[in-house]
Write a new protein. Structure first.
Length: 206
């Protein structure tokens, strides 16, 4: 009997050692290590927030973005793009300059995001964006209710690859005033299959 208890105890120790101190669920969300919803669990550098049973990511400008999914095996999470305010072509984070990540934290924007920019001024044409009448941003304006306020503005799309700053998606008055983003988009994907989100990646803790 004692031997059995010792045996079970040692198994428990092994299991404990191999699963670091991960946080308890947030609503239905599993919070994998190293993500941390409070100072007693996870790794503090990987802070996220559990508000009303929903997980949120905090940007460098103090804006919360809802976390849609987490893929712990790939060190990735997907946040919801900001809404475009009704009857305007303004992203809800426009006054904050768009999405800005704190460069001292171990998160960046992955290379699987296709960004759609709206209501741009013509100086944006100098950068390597697709602002043609075939750009997928036109489909969003025409077919998605949220994009209707951006109809007939200059819009563009681009793959946010490694040549781009991986800590921000910038919008501002006088440049582009709103954006949305698709994860894993490949040309010719029909609108019904678009996967809205902004995929972030985190550096492994060790
Ligand atoms: C712009 O994007 C559309 C849709 O993906 C594509 O068909 C077209 O070839 C692109 N044009 C340029 C100049 O990259
Ligand atoms: C587009 O942006 C300009 C400023 O750059 C702003 O004055 C205008 O109201 C915006 N248009 C819409 C439809 O929001
Ligand atoms: C983002 O971070 C990951 C993990 O640290 C790294 O492998 C990747 O190169 C970074 N991506 C960019 C575009 O900087």
């Amino acid at each position: 009997m004692i031997l059995l208890q010792l045996f079970l105890l040692s198994i428990g120790l092994v299991i404990n050692a191999s699963t670091p101190n991960s946080c308890s669920n947030c609503g239905d969300f599993v919070v994998p290590y190293p993500l941390s919803t409070n100072e007693n669990c996870g790794d503090k550098r990987y802070k996220i927030y559990c508000n009303d049973e929903e997980l949120e990511f905090l940007s460098a400008t103090g804006t919360y973005y809802k976390i849609l999914r987490i893929d712990p095996s790939a060190n990735k999470l997907v946040i919801r793009p900001p809404l475009i305010l009704k009857n305007t072509c303004y992203s809800s984070d426009l006054l904050m300059g768009g999405l800005l990540l704190d460069e001292s934290l171990p998160f960046n924007i992955s290379t699987h995001n296709t960004v759609l920019l709206f209501n741009c001024t013509s100086n944006i044409l100098q950068s390597p964006l697709n602002c043609t009448s075939n750009s997928i941003c036109r489909q969003f304006e025409k077919n998605v209710e949220e994009g209707s306020g951006c109809m007939n503005t200059l819009c563009c799309h681009y793959l946010k690859d490694s040549a781009m700053n991986s800590h921000k998606i910038r919008v501002r008055i006088g440049s582009c005033t709103s954006y949305t983003c698709l994860v894993g988009f490949t040309p010719d994907d029909p609108l019904e299959t678009w996967n809205y989100g902004i995929e972030l990646q985190w550096l492994s803790p060790n």
